[in-house]
Design a protein around this ligand. Sequence first.
Ligand code: FE2
Ligand code: FE2
Length: 166
Amino acid sequence: MLITPDEKKKSEAHAVALNHNLFIVWNPEYNLGIPILDEHHRGIITTINSLHFGIQQNYIKNMLMPIVDMIYDYTQVHFQTEEDFFEKIGFPEAKQHTELHRKLSAELSSIGRKSVLDRDSYHFIEFLKRWWIDHICKEDLVHKNYLLNHPHIHELQAKAGQTGKH
Ligand SMILES: [Fe+2]
Ligand SMILES: [Fe+2]
């Protein structure tokens, strides 16, 4: 299909406008190069953006709660996938990294729903933004190279995909 220069300009302007409204804009530099984990990170950021959108639109609590629950559930799937990789490849810093996961999970369940009930969700999403950007850009870099250099990484990823852990 042929795209006219006008249409191209229009779609670029649309993309800029959409990004402008996003709470967290995905940066290609966030990619670890491990597709299943990148897909999770992207998905979680999208869900955080959905929560932000809902807060801006003054969604009622009953509409925000399922998004908070989705962030929690998606996070659990992601952490479990990373931890399964650690176990299979014998990642030496698995214990410390798993501890970070546990800490966030506890915080998510203690402050996530409460923030919506107390109408203090901005505080919660600011916390989520900081946590996830840090997780992706700093903490996950620790295991990135270890995973990428593992001879069976492709096989392990395919298995994780088959068992629905994505
Ligand atoms: Fe991660
Ligand atoms: Fe992690």
